[in-house]
Design a protein around this ligand. Sequence first.
Ligand SMILES: Cc1cc2nc3c(=O)[nH]c(=O)nc-3n(C[C@H](O)[C@H](O)[C@H](O)COP(=O)(O)OP(=O)(O)OC[C@H]3O[C@@H](n4cnc5c(N)ncnc54)[C@H](O)[C@@H]3O)c2cc1C
Length: 362
Amino acid sequence: MSEHIVIVGGGIVGCMTAMALVDQGKKITIIERNQIASQTSGESSWAGGGIVFPLLPWMYSDAVNNLTGYGAKSYRQICGRLESETDLPTGFINSGFLLLPPYDQTSAIEWCNNHQQKYEFMDEVDSQISLSKMAQASIWFPEVCQVRPPYFMKALRQWLVNNEVTLMENTELTPLNEIKPLNVWKTLDGREIKADKFVVTSGAWSFQLLKSVAEKLKIKPMRGQILLYKPAQNLKHIVYRDGFYMIPRDDGHLLVGSTLEDVGFDASVTESVKTELMAKAEAIMPALKGLPIIKHWSGLRPGTPENLPTIAAHPYVQNLYLNTGHFRYGLTMAPASARLISELISGQAPFIDVQPFGFAID
Ligand SMILES: Cc1cc2nc3c(=O)[nH]c(=O)nc-3n(C[C@H](O)[C@H](O)[C@H](O)COP(=O)(O)OP(=O)(O)OC[C@H]3O[C@@H](n4cnc5c(N)ncnc54)[C@H](O)[C@@H]3O)c2cc1C
């Protein structure tokens, strides 16, 4: 009989982990306290921008780049598979990424050369963009892609249903509080969930769930807010300047964001951030002035030091695995992270070095 694995949390990391384990022939159940592919209390995967690229990759470690680089190469194939096997869109577009000055040009070029990343300097940019004369040229990454997270998650959920993954939605697991082999985990309403192995993919809530058995786990919610416009003429590609991005969708919508706010589990949106994001967006694209904001939302990222997730077996709680803490790039990292945890669960040799993603003991 195939092993039964229970995944705790149905965000992108949990669902991609399920997909990787289905491909290995495992029997999978996902426990999600809300609905998969929806947004109730700040779930990050619905809320994200969907850029499959770590914004300024030269600012991150090789370990982070190993996960994001694998993801950037995988999404075209993953989206093609989801779209053909579910008949649902994922919003995958190869829209490219335009980095406006100021940025660290020496590090950027060195990183591109070391990672076989195509780039071009550009003196002229999209006529929609207002660019004051700067000493630096903009830099264009033609291979960067995006997905549309709510679409991608819906297609992924459907794929899991088609592949006989059991989805236990509106079901919340209680915090673990004993260091002993894990065979049964209780739900909030007193049911007992049995499995051979459990994988925690609970995003920003992972520390709440595990703090008695993983007190060194450094994961905390980091809120990000986004605004949605629909300009008469949209940008042609993703544009980034100084911590701020604009993402054009293929139906004419334009996302602008986001923020990095340390405000606990508060997933509300604020007028002050709305004003700040509008000012940044209008400074880059003056045609947005006076246009209505169609939607304003936030998500709680699973924030971690150095943007390093934990992808590991628990050293003392037998049968417990963690795949969590992907902070700003959970979407980009999910394919590599799912592959890695599925290799660890199945006892296969990991395809990249797992040491940086180890479990924090001291
Ligand atoms: C504004 C914003 C923009 C972003 N843009 C990008 C981007 O462009 N590119 C990129 O790569 N990344 C981006 N990210 C980051 C990315 O969205 C996250 O890293 C990723 O979604 C994390 O996925 P996750 O599955 O770990 O967490 P989540 O999506 O939060 O999923 C965790 C799930 O666990 C469930 N859960 C929690 N506790 C329990 C429990 N006790 N029992 C059962 N279920 C439970 C929750 O309900 C939730 O659904 C962005 C994030 C935000 C907020």
